[in-house]
Design a protein around this ligand. Structure first.
Ligand SMILES: [Fe+2]
Ligand SMILES: [Fe+2]
Length: 203
């Protein structure tokens, strides 16, 4: 079966699954399939019509996650990306830089699909429907079991912006508790969305 979504290159689903299983650990291969299934459900729930694109975003979002640091640094140089990125790590690189690896390996050019994958760990102050679907699906997929995941799952189907806010708040809290640096765009997302949670809590 071929994904029909207009994404710049036809992708055969079986070939993609084979490539993903070769590139990813068993656990992560299961994770991307779970994210794809959750993204599909959210797309159907929130009226995102390109359901296949949402599934594909789920399957591809962590494609670069197991690449080496050297690979990401090479891509940052090759595509003349912001040199400040060199100060970060795999958690940021696999999305923000990973989209260049995805373009190289799959010939995907669809800006909406690439954008959703680019910001899937950091969010943005300006998130489109696919961006939110992937961001939230990654957080609530079936194998996730952290404290608060049920709240996140409920919010995802009640108020997608509140789900984005909840996830971002908890990501910021988690990172601050570990006393590690927080990527500036994560803070920008937090500032943009935190009011949505407050509004939700009041109502
Ligand atoms: Fe990821
Ligand atoms: Fe993920």
């Amino acid at each position: 079966m071929v994904f029909e979504a207009n994404i710049g290159a036809p992708i055969n689903r079986d070939d993609l699954l084979e490539k993903l299983s070769a590139n990813l650990s068993e656990k992560r291969f299961l994770h991307v399939q779970n994210v794809a299934a959750t993204a599909k459900k959210l797309a159907e729930h929130w009226g995102y019509l390109a359901v296949e694109k949402a599934e594909l975003a789920g399957l591809l979002h962590d494609y670069a996650k197991e690449e080496t640091d050297e690979t990401f640094k090479d891509l940052i140089h090759k595509y003349k990306l912001d040199p400040a990125l060199l100060e970060w790590n795999n958690n940021i690189w696999h999305g923000v830089v990973g989209i260049y690896k995805i373009q190289e390996d799959f010939g995907i050019t669809d800006p909406e699909l690439l954008r959703a994958i680019e910001i899937h760990t950091i969010g943005s102050s300006e998130m489109g429907l696919l961006d939110k679907i992937l961001y939230v699906a990654d957080y609530i997929e079936d194998s996730r079991s952290f404290e608060g995941v049920e709240t996140a799952r409920s919010l995802a189907y009640e108020d997608l912006d509140a789900a984005v806010a909840y996830e971002t708040l908890h990501t910021v809290l988690f990172l601050a508790q570990k006393q590690v640096q927080i990527y500036p765009q994560t803070i920008i997302t937090y500032n943009a969305y935190v009011d949505k949670l407050r509004t939700k809590n009041r109502s």
